[in-house]
Design a protein around this ligand. Structure first.
Ligand SMILES: C[S@@+](CC[C@H](N)C(=O)[O-])C[C@H]1O[C@@H](n2cnc3c(N)ncnc32)[C@H](O)[C@@H]1O
Length: 261
């Protein structure tokens, strides 16, 4: 866990070490994002400035990525079209794997347009022949397959955290653990290394540790880093007390050594 700028911190990583980058950067909303547990600035002078900010950080990150590593870039309607062009430029159009839709449900409606109820997660890889992918299983919707599981599609239906959610720590734009568990399980090999360079409250890190991946989080915000550290510590504590049944075969010491706190 490192407090600092994505650009500076990623330059210190070992070359070819990162199997999966999940990046959930500020979305260029033009606002300061605030919630009870923290705040971060999400204002740029222009869309071009946001893209330039992202480009230089993604470029620097590529040097740390394993040859068959992958990137999940989490954005929304404001920038997904530009982010896709940027990733095509950096990784080649062949590197494109999926444009995932995270359909989160919560929030208001609109009289002026269809209500915006999804984020965009762009999945690219450095090596289209050898990248890791294990299709996640989700409950089937059709009557024919009722009660069975089926391979997930590129539309992921997981509710956003509501105000009463137990996992909520009050950090603005905190993502659900279920979403990160699905993404990491699908896109990072077992025991692989996940980097979240804008880790906020540490959702990616907790999900990665639960799944037996090695994790590293970076964030400029002191509050975010403190929250992420506390969440990780309590996750390890839960394993110590035998309360996390997801992967009972993994020992606590293995969990500890998998984390880059
Ligand atoms: C959308 S939030 C991430 C939320 C996170 N996924 C979660 O579940 O809590 C974006 C984060 O990027 C961080 N950030 C902004 N600029 C950054 C930079 N240059 N380097 C690293 N982190 C940055 C902000 O402090 C904020 O915590």
């Amino acid at each position: 866990m490192r407090q600092g700028d994505w650009l500076e911190e990623v330059r210190g990583l070992a070359p070819a070490s990162v199997d999966l980058v999940y990046a959930d950067p500020p979305f260029n909303t033009g606002r300061t994002q605030r919630a009870s547990g923290g705040a971060f600035c999400d204002r740029w002078d222009s869309l071009e400035a946001w893209i330039a900010w992202l480009r230089v950080r993604l470029e620097a990150t590529l040097a740390a990525m394993a040859p068959a590593g992958s990137i999940l870039l989490h954005v929304d309607w404001r920038t997904s079209h530009y982010a896709r062009v940027l990733l095509d430029d950096l990784l080649g159009a062949d590197g494109f794997v999926n444009h995932l839709i995270w359909s989160y449900g919560l929030g208001g409606s609109s009289q002026r347009r269809f209500a915006r109820k999804h984020d965009d997660i762009l999945f690219y890889t450095l090596d289209p022949e050898r990248y890791y992918f294990e299709a996640p299983l989700v409950p089937a919707r059709s009557r024919r397959l009722a009660g069975q599981m089926k391979k997930a599609t590129d539309v992921i239906e997981i509710p956003a955290l509501n105000n009463m959610a137990r996992e909520r720590v009050g950090y603005p734009t905190q993502k659900p653990l279920a979403l990160l568990e699905l993404l990491i399980g699908a896109c990072c090999p077992p025991g692989g290394f996940v980097l979240d360079p804008c880790c906020g409250s540490g959702t990616t890190l907790v999900a990665g540790v639960r799944l037996g991946r090695r994790v590293l989080g970076i964030d400029t915000s002191e509050r975010a880093v403190a929250l992420a550290r506390a969440r990780l510590a309590s996750e390890v504590g839960a394993y110590d007390r035998g309360r996390c049944p997801r992967d009972s075969s993994a020992s606590t010491s293995a969990r500890r050594s998998s984390m880059s706190m």
